[in-house]
Design a binder for this molecule. Structure first.
Ligand code: ATP
Ligand code: MG
Length: 555
C-alpha cells in the first residue's frame, strides 16, 4: 500500500505532518473528514476547511469523509443537512462513500461511556449549572471535585442507564469524565460527555434522550471511521487533550495508528461574519432575505451572487493554511472571482440607469443588425447579434452637457464618442422634463465609422455602451455593497449596530435581447459596469451584481 502513495512537496505544516507519518510507516494512506454541524448553512470559512480537508486527501490519493456532527438535535435541521451536501458538491468535491452521521454511532458512543464508567473514569453528576460553574474554578484557581465524583462504579452504571431511559429531567444530571479538576486546561476539568435532551432528532427521531457532547463524539467518530488526520480550527487546540485522553482510555481505540488532531487558523473575512450563530441572527431578524441572500458570505449566497466554484477554490488556495488567526482582505475574495470571470464571462451590454438618445440622421423605422464579440480576447467564444436604430439608450452617467475637461471620454454636446461595437455619434442638443432632468439627447451618427476610425484623422477617445430601444428588454439590477460598516464586525456581539443600511440598491434598466434566457447564477460582464448574474429566486429578469470591474475596496 505504502509504495503507491508518494510523499508530496510540502507547502504547509499539514503536509509536513502527513509526510512524516507516511514516511515512518505509521499510516499507509490518508483519510480526512469534514465534520459540519447541521445547524446552519456553510460559509466561506467552511469553504476553506473543505478545501483543506478534501484537498489534502486528494494530494495523497486518499479520501475525505463527510460526517454530520449531529449531536445537538435542538439546533439541527434536515434543511441544513441538504444544503451542506449541495454546497460541497457544488464546490467540486466528492466525499468518500456514504454520507456519515455521528448519530449512526450513538450505540457505540454509549458503550464507550459505559467502558469509562466501568474503569472509574466517568460519573453521573447532579450539580446544577450554577454549581458546576463554581466547582470548575477559574484560569487562576483550580476547580473542586464534584461531590458526585466518588459515587461507586455500580451506582454510576445504574444512574447512566436511568439517564438513557429518560428517568431524569433535562438538566438534572450529566455524565462527566473523571480527569483532573486542577488541570491548567479548563477543558480537562472533568468535561461533560453526555447530557439529557428530550428533543426529536432529525436522524434518530425519539430513540435517544441523552446526547453526547462534541468533545466526546468527535474523537470517537474519527476513530470509528479510521480517520488518520483530523484537521480542525485553532479554537479546538486545548480540546486536543480530551481528544487524546478519550482515545487513550478506550481499549478499542487506544492504538498506535489512532487519529490525531491538528489545528489550523480560522478564516475571518473583512466586512463579514463567519459565525453561524450570527448569520442565523441576520436571517431570523430579516436583515437579509435568507441564508442565500447574495450579501451573505455563505456558499449559497456567493453562488447566487455569481461566484464560481473555481473562484472559491482559488480564494481558499490563496489564503493558505497557517496557525495564525487573521482578518482576510475582502478584496482577495473579490479579485478571485474577478480574475476568473475576466477570462470566462461572456460580454454583453446593459444600461442600468437609462436615458434615451435619438440619432436624428438615422432613417426612421430602420433596424440594423450588428455583430459583437462574445469575448474580445477569446475569438473562440464567437459573436452575438446586437442592434442599432434611430432610438437607443445609454447610461445617464455617460452624458453631460459640457465636458468638464479635454480628458472627458463620454458623451457631451458637440463631442464625438464611439458607441461600443457600433458607430461614432455626436450630441447636438437635449430636452428636459418638467423637473429639469435630461429626458432625451439628440445626436447625429457618422455612417462611415462602423468598425473603423472616422475619416480625416478625427480622434475619438471615448467608448460608451448602449442598447437599441425596440429590442432591449427591461431588467432589474441589484447592486450590493458590504453588509457591515465595520471591517471586523466580530468585535460587536450585537451585529445590528454595524449593519450597512444601504447594502442593497435596486435599479431598473435595459439589457440586450439575448439576455432574455440568461441562465441563473451564471455571470456576464456587462461592459463598463461589472459582472452580473441572473437571480435564481426571482421570476422576471433580475440581475445580481457579482463584482465590479476594478478593485474599489482599497480606494
Ligand atoms: P458552530 O459554532 O456551530 O460549531 P462552526 O463554525 O464551528 O460553528 P462547524 O459546522 O462545526 O461550524 O464547522 C465544520 C468545520 O468547519 C469544522 O472543522 C470547523 O473547524 C470548520 N470551520 C468552521 N468555521 C471556519 C472558519 N471560519 N474557517 C475555517 N474553518 C472553519
Ligand atoms: Mg463547530
Amino acid at each position: 500500500m505504502r509504495d503507491t502513495i508518494s510523499l508530496i512537496k510540502p507547502t504547509n505544516f499539514i503536509h509536513n505532518q502527513i509526510n512524516k507519518d507516511l514516511d515512518s510507516g505509521l499510516h499507509s494512506s490518508v483519510l480526512t473528514r469534514f465534520p459540519p454541524e447541521p445547524n446552519g448553512y456553510l460559509h466561506i470559512g467552511h469553504a476553506k476547511s473543505i478545501y483543506i480537508n478534501f484537498g489534502v486527501a486528494k494530494d495523497y490519493a486518499g479520501y475525505c469523509n463527510l460526517r454530520f456532527d449531529d449531536t445537538n438535535p435542538a439546533k439541527e435541521d434536515i434543511e441544513y443537512v441538504n444544503s451542506i451536501k449541495k454546497d460541497i458538491q457544488w464546490l467540486g468535491f466528492d466525499w468518500n462513500g456514504e454520507v456519515k452521521y455521528s448519530s449512526r454511532y450513538f450505540d457505540i458512543f454509549y458503550k464507550c461511556a459505559e467502558e469509562l464508567i466501568s474503569k472509574g473514569l466517568a460519573y453521573v453528576c447532579f450539580l446544577t449549572n450554577d454549581e458546576a460553574r463554581k466547582y470548575r474554578g477559574t484560569l487562576k484557581n483550580p476547580g473542586l471535585n464534584s461531590p458526585y465524583r466518588d459515587t461507586s462504579i455500580e451506582q454510576n452504571k445504574a444512574l447512566f442507564k436511568k439517564m438513557k431511559e429518560g428517568e431524569f429531567k433535562e438538566g438534572e444530571c450529566v455524565l462527566r469524565s473523571k480527569i483532573d479538576m486542577s488541570s491548567s486546561f479548563m477543558c480537562m476539568r472533568d468535561p461533560t460527555l453526555y447530557r439529557i435532551r428530550f428533543e426529536t432528532h432529525h436522524q434518530t427521531n425519539d430513540d435517544w434522550c441523552i446526547y453526547p457532547m462534541y468533545d466526546f463524539a468527535h474523537c470517537l467518530g474519527d476513530a470509528i471511521e479510521g480517520v488518520t488526520h483530523s484537521l480542525c480550527t485553532l479554537e479546538f487546540q486545548d480540546n486536543r487533550r480530551i481528544y487524546d485522553w478519550l482515545l487513550e482510555h478506550l481499549d478499542e481505540f487506544n492504538k498506535i495508528d489512532r487519529p490525531h488532531q491538528y489545528e489550523f487558523s480560522r478564516l475571518n473575512l473583512e466586512y463579514a461574519t463567519t459565525s453561524k450563530r450570527k448569520l442565523k441572527l441576520l436571517v431570523d431578524n430579516s436583515y437579509v432575505s435568507g441564508w442565500n441572500d447574495p450579501r451573505m458570505p455563505t456558499i449559497s449566497g456567493l453562488r447566487r451572487r455569481g461566484y464560481t466554484p473555481e473562484s472559491i477554490r482559488n480564494f481558499s488556495e490563496r489564503v493558505g493554511v497557517s496557525k495564525v488567526n487573521s482578518l482576510t482582505d475582502a478584496s482577495i475574495l473579490e479579485s478571485s472571482i474577478r480574475d476568473h470571470l475576466n477570462i470566462t464571462a461572456p460580454r454583453t451590454m446593459a444600461v442600468i440607469d437609462p436615458i434615451k438618445l435619438v440619432i436624428a440622421n438615422y432613417p426612421e423605422g430602420k433596424i440594423e443588425s450588428l455583430k459583437a464579440p462574445v469575448h474580445p480576447q477569446n475569438k473562440e467564444m464567437g459573436t452575438r447579434e446586437i442592434f442599432f436604430s434611430r432610438e437607443i439608450y445609454i447610461d445617464k452617467e455617460d452624458f453631460v452637457e459640457i465636458a468638464p475637461n479635454n480628458k472627458y471620454k463620454r458623451l457631451a454636446l458637440n463631442k464625438e464618442v464611439r458607441l461600443r461595437n457600433s458607430y461614432v455619434i455626436k450630441a447636438t442638443h437635449f430636452d428636459i422634463d418638467n423637473d429639469g432632468n435630461i429626458k432625451t439627447v439628440y445626436c447625429t451618427y457618422d455612417p462611415d465609422t462602423l468598425g473603423k476610425n472616422p475619416s480625416n484623422g478625427r480622434k475619438v477617445k471615448g467608448v460608451i455602451h448602449y442598447v437599441e430601444s425596440s429590442k432591449a428588454i427591461n431588467a432589474e439590477f441589484r447592486i450590493y455593497d458590504r453588509l457591515f460598516l465595520e471591517s471586523n464586525p466580530a468585535k460587536f456581539d450585537d451585529l445590528s449596530s454595524s449593519i450597512n443600511p444601504s447594502s442593497l440598491e435596486i435599479k431598473n434598466g435595459l439589457v440586450e435581447p439575448n439576455l432574455s434566457d440568461a441562465k441563473a447564477e451564471f455571470s456576464y460582464q456587462f461592459e463598463r459596469e461589472g459582472y452580473f448574474c441572473r437571480d435564481s429566486e426571482s421570476e422576471g429578469l433580475v440581475f445580481n451584481k457579482t463584482v465590479g470591474l476594478r478593485d474599489t475596496w482599497n480606494q
